[in-house]
Design a protein around this ligand. Structure first.
Ligand SMILES: C[S@@+](CC[C@H](N)C(=O)[O-])C[C@H]1O[C@@H](n2cnc3c(N)ncnc32)[C@H](O)[C@@H]1O
Length: 310
């Protein structure tokens, strides 16, 4: 499929999406990759199995290609992992390769107190607990009842023993200042980066929703930052490429607080973040964030910011 064909396919489902993203990344590659299906990827869960043993067993049935930025991550071809015993037992977790990045950037350690503000279905919470070796405390929060049960099931399947599951609006964490060594805010977003997973995200996409979400994200990031201990790290991430949900939210935090952005150095390609977009200018510190377009590494679109409280 060339650029024009990809635009046509996407336009037939949501014309406004194509118009909007022409402004954000008007390249042929962007539309070609956005229209293309995602590769299947997994994370090996070392809470449930020895890494080398699990890898060896999987290699007998699948072709595995390492994800360069996550030691436990692999792209898989040659069959469906979702039907395997390893999946049922929580030895593997099906997780998009770009979505492994925020927890890698969070740099958790065993014994820490960690908050995952928006945790369901649990891809990143289970990854956090894995890196903590099930030592310390993880508060995995999700306000929506339906999604909460999926989160709990995934934590259990993956052998996570350190999670306390809470059901609150994430903005309420502002009531618990300076409690956590690490906070992850993988925010609710307009999901443009997920179009490759399913065109239902393309159908559901709308600008009004993105604007509404931007307001919520600004409130959530302030609450998340407040819950962080001095010296602690907050990672803000989304699976959208909309500047008002990314650079603008980080810019808002930097204007309202003393937060500092730290560069995330990982072996991957990315796009320069926007310092200016549609007449709004953002602090040049946003340059240190990771803006990953689908064509950069053949993944979902993703945005990751690593922020430290001095
Ligand atoms: C991108 S998803 C999180 C994915 C999850 N981190 C993972 O890796 O599996 C965003 C989540 O935020 C939740 N959410 C929506 N509004 C929220 C709020 N006000 N506070 C906290 N979470 C919220 C949604 O229900 C959704 O489950």
């Amino acid at each position: 499929m060339n650029g024009e064909e990809a635009r046509r396919v996407l336009r037939e489902i949501n014309r406004k999406f194509v118009e909007r993203y022409e402004r954000i990344d008007g390249s042929d590659e962007f539309f070609i990759y956005t229209a293309r299906r995602l590769r299947q990827s997994i994370r090996i869960n070392t809470l449930k199995a020895e890494f080398e043993v699990a890898l060896e067993n999987l290699r007998r049935r699948f072709e595995l290609e390492p994800v360069p930025w996550c030691r436990e991550g692999f792209w898989v071809s040659g069959g469906r992992v979702s039907t395997t015993l390893e999946h049922a037992l929580g030895v593997v977790f099906i997780q998009e390769a770009a979505s492994m990045l925020p927890v890698v950037a969070l740099e958790v350690e065993p014994g820490m107190k960690v908050l995952d503000v928006a945790a369901a279905p649990g891809g990143k919470s289970t990854q956090i607990a894995q890196y903590m070796g099930n030592r310390g405390c993880l508060v995995a929060n999700e306000p929506r009842t339906k999604r909460l049960s999926v989160l709990a099931a995934n934590l259990q399947r993956c052998g996570v023993l350190i999670a306390r599951v809470t059901q609150m609006d994430g903005r309420r964490f502002a009531e618990f200042p300076e409690r956590f060594d690490r906070v992850l805010l993988d925010a609710p977003c307009s999901n443009a980066g997920m179009v490759r997973k399913s065109y239902r995200y393309l159908q559901a996409w709308g600008r009004r929703r993105a604007k509404k979400l931007s307001k919520l994200q600004k409130q959530l990031i302030l609450a998340a930052y407040r819950a962080l201990k001095p010296g602690g790290v907050l990672v803000y991430s989304t699976c959208t490429l909309e500047p008002i949900e990314n650079e603008e939210v980080v810019d808002h935090l930097l204007r309202c607080t003393d937060a500092e952005v730290e560069a995330v150095q990982l072996p991957l390609r990315s796009h320069p973040p926007f310092e200016e977009f549609e007449g709004r200018s953002y602090t040049s510190e946003v340059r240190k964030c990771l803006r990953i377009h689908p064509q950069d590494n053949d993944t979902e679109g993703f945005f990751v910011a690593r922020l430290r409280k001095p």
